[in-house]
Design a protein around this ligand. Sequence first.
Ligand SMILES: [Zn+2]
Length: 468
Amino acid sequence: MKLTNTLGRRLVDFAPLEPGHVRLYTCGPTVYNVVHIGNLRTFVFEDVLRRRFRARGDRVTQVMNLTDVDDKTIRGAQEAGLSLGEFTAKYADAFFRDIGRLNVEPAEHYPKATDHVPEMIEVIRKLEGRGHTYGSEGSVYFRISTFPGYGKLSGIDLEKTRRGDRVADDEYEKEDVKDFALWKAAKPGEPSWPSPWGQGRPGWHIECSAMSMKYLGEHFDIHTGAVDNIFPHHENEIAQSEGATGHPFVEVWLHAEHLIVDGEKMSKSKGNFYTLDDVLERRDDPAAVRYLFLSVPYRKKLNFTWEALGAAAAAVARIRSAAVRIDELASAATPPRPGSFPSEERAALFRSEFASGMDDDLNTPEALAAVFNYLRQVNAAVDDGSLDSDGARVARGALADADRVLGVLPGAPEVLSSEIEEKIAARNAARQRRDFAGADRIRDELGARGIVLEDTPGGTRWKKASGV
Ligand SMILES: [Zn+2]
């Protein structure tokens, strides 16, 4: 499988360090607001990546962090008059609901930053022991001049740094190459933890170094994010992790490009800033949103327009209606006559075209083109009667395998219905005792697993989120 490694800016032939097991770290949301569709594009890209590995027969261990303590979450909680935990839980729930609706498979681990402060302190202590840090007024900074590889991911110009210049903010511009905060001294009114340097809280960057290495080991396969994570976040992660361990951190870095709206950068002031709810309000078709994301390679800017979403919805409808026709024929009893359509041969060709698109740096539009090319042939064969039910079963299998990666067709939920029924009963009980927060929590939990609840006069019904 070929992938474009941001580190070194080249196409590499990917093979996991441990044969048959891909270890993948995907930077997760900062839970201070509802994610926008640009964020979701990155999460869907990462989902297709993991699904492709699984389709190839690899085991995947994916870790996605939830940033629940940083400058933005603390500010948001203060403004909302909530505790940090209450404030971030609300947005974590919204996040899981959104990715569930987009049929994103759950990662193996969703560690929260606030649950891993001791691990972060441990990494900072290692950096301290190896001479990469200095303290100032209860804060600890990474001295970038002690790490010769600094800049290797983003290509920033180290000449611009001035010794002793440092930055306390979690996020800063590329022109602002400075020593960055690993640990921030406590400020009045802010949440803080005890540490060898006094009360304080971790910087944003250290969280991903500590949590990725905890769950995936000190050296793992793939780390992904959006292009705006390259600097400073991922550059700093490399400096911290390699500075602490003395050996390579990540083999392949992959970055998804931005999503723009009507050719312009999304911004709240322009009124073109969309969450998934905003989009679904206008067109209630999560599979179309997912398809639209897949219709552009992850390394290209994606221009979101309502026309493009309409076209995506039409494309999904075409795949669905072909799937229904194939399924009807596949379920039919005896064919009137054996079909002449070369089912096995065409399915094999389709599988190979689909795979080569996906394995060409996850070229999803190429893989989708293979789907349509194949469905055109199959549809024609249904029309002229040359596809019999045996052949339809072959086609059904080929399409289902492709959709294991694409995730745009409705499928059986991966959770047991008895488990869902139990949760629905627990939610009804919560509602009866007017514990609406508890009831909402259960609904969100199911939402995160792709199950949507509908309260009807006849009781609560459930369906798979991406279903028709
Ligand atoms: Zn991160």
